[in-house]
Design a protein. Sequence first.
Lengths: 121, 134
Amino acid sequence: MLRSDVRSNPRSSMSSAAARNNAASDAARRGACVRRSGCPAAVTVMTITTFLARARDVLSLSVTRQGTLARPARGRNGLPRAIVFNGDETWELRDVPKPSTRPGCAVLRVEAVGICHSDVD
Amino acid sequence: MPSGGVFPTTPGHEIVGRIEEISPEALAALGVQEGDRVGVRSCIVTAEGSTRVYGFDFPLDEESGLFGGYADYMELVPGTEVQRLCDDLPATELTVYECLANSATLVRAAHPGESLLVHGPGHMGLAAIVARAA
């Protein structure tokens, strides 16, 4: 089971996340525009946009053109990370130990992952 | 297909990564070795014949809890299928493999001479057209 030393409010660091990432910053600006419209549907869009921006920042979803890994498999405190969806429309970035290789299994070092609407809907 | 899933969970399908460590059993079953870049099929078939989907159907309190792509590492369990992927493209671009594979599979059911209606020219719709033309 993942350790529970969570950062319980990942949204709180959204402003610094956006500053570090142009794409994230763009997404945040779009989110801010949508939010001002006050439409309930737009709130959903803002939430997803904020999520995408933050997820992109925390996992640094990028590699070099040659396909080699451009990011370490750990966060700033040296531990691997995982995002956890709690089921109540909140999510957390957790520090997790690297899994051991169980019989019959393999361990994958994730380089990139698609973000599908089915993940956030 | 995504089932609606369980919570809490580590989400994320459409996964591209490199084999970090592999057991002898998985080495034989998957046909890939450490260091290989692979795309992971989301759906696995368990020994009992049921299906589970990475990123949706694995609760956090099962083993490491790392059965989704929104993480630095994840576990690949028995019943997993992977496809070797090339090394000369960015991994971020390769994550479309799943959408492309889905589209190609969907249009395979069509017979010569039949028309296909693509309802939405997104990446899957466009991939369906390419797959049909191939």
